[in-house]
Design a protein around this ligand. Structure first.
Ligand SMILES: C[S@@+](CC[C@H](N)C(=O)[O-])C[C@H]1O[C@@H](n2cnc3c(N)ncnc32)[C@H](O)[C@@H]1O
Length: 302
């Protein structure tokens, strides 16, 4: 079994995303615990269940690594509980869980959670999270259902049609890990020459081709030829566009929280959208805390 499937390796910043998620889910199930709703948690890009945080030595030279013995390196490895375990171990759990992942090996590991948490109702789906969410919604949506969908793709794999399907229920909230700096902005080339498959992914992610007008300026030269240039604030424009569309569909959107890598560059934004202003207030509070959120599952796992 390839280690990359079983052991997702993430940067130290993944902890900010996961702690924020856990804090929000805890507030959500606590706030709704006195009401008789069926509470559903959907994790459409669920991962392997745990991730290994890259240590300081991770990018060290081979010669430096030879100085560290294997035992030390293993002990230095720090694991964080992934999003499915964060949701399963809440003091007041959801009534039902849906975990989806396109990777067969990761999905098999997710199935082990069914034995680990026998008193939780857990469903695992293998395949594209978009198709699985869109197929699931009509069967679970009803007046007594409320839920949260965590949407955490690596790249532009979350389709706008999935977000829209969740929003139009008016019963689901979404927490989106939007990989704008890490992946999406990199597909938008400086020259404007974008391979067709990248453009198709971006169109599906943004729900149309409007994004392209936002990120390029066009100048006509003396000979009438058009020259395209990527604007400097492309990422900010796309973020604002996406957040505005979320607000249109869900009704409320929190102020996006930026997550930066160790060099200070934005890699993704955590977005919350939902149908209630109270949810937005809680999300705003948690997102404002950034990496200062403290939760029970933020502990080292060897
Ligand atoms: C960022 S990781 C998820 C990490 C996890 N949410 C966590 O925080 O513990 C993204 C996951 O999405 C999966 N994936 C990629 N494309 C997918 C798709 N179209 N549908 C569902 N899962 C997909 C990958 O196999 C990977 O496990």
């Amino acid at each position: 079994m390839k280690r990359s499937h079983t052991e997702n390796t993430v940067g130290p910043w993944a902890r900010q995303k996961l702690n924020g998620l856990e804090a929000y889910l805890d507030s959500y199930t606590t706030a709704l615990s006195k009401q008789r709703f069926k509470l559903v948690y959907i994790d459409a890009f669920a991962g392997a269940g745990k991730s290994r945080i890259r240590g300081a030595w991770e990018n060290a030279d081979e010669s430096d690594l030879l100085l560290l013995d294997e035992k030390f390196r293993k002990e230095e490895s720090e694991f964080v509980e992934g999003s499915p375990r964060r949701a399963l171990s809440l003091a007041r759990p959801f009534s039902e869980y849906f975990f989806f992942d396109a990777d067969n090996v990761r999905a098999q590991l997710l199935k082990e959670l069914q034995d680990e948490y026998p008193d939780r109702q857990i469903n695992i789906g293998i395949g594209d999270g978009n198709s699985l969410v869109q197929a699931l919604l009509p069967s679970i949506d009803g007046p007594n259902t409320r839920g949260v969908a965590f949407l955490d793709p690596y790249g532009p794999h979350l389709r706008w049609s999935t977000v829209q399907a969740l929003g139009t229920t008016k019963r689901f909230e979404v927490i989106i890990n939007f990989p704008l700096g890490m992946a999406i902005n990199r597909l938008i080339t400086r020259s404007g020459d974008i391979p067709n498959n990248w453009r198709a992914d971006l169109n599906a992610c943004f729900g149309g081709d409007e994004w392209e007008k936002l990120v390029y300026s066009e100048n006509r030269d003396l000979f009438g030829d058009t020259d395209r240039q990527k604007v400097d604030n492309a990422a900010e424009r796309l973020l604002e566009y996406y957040a505005t569309r979320l607000k249109d569909v869900f009704g409320h959107v929190a102020t996006p929280s930026v997550v930066r890598n160790t060099r200070g560059s934005p890699i993704y934004y955590i977005l919350w959208a939902g149908p209630h202003p109270l949810g937005r207030k809680i999300a705003d509070y948690i997102l404002r805390l950034g990496d200062r959120v403290s939760v029970p599952n933020d502990r080292k796992r060897r």
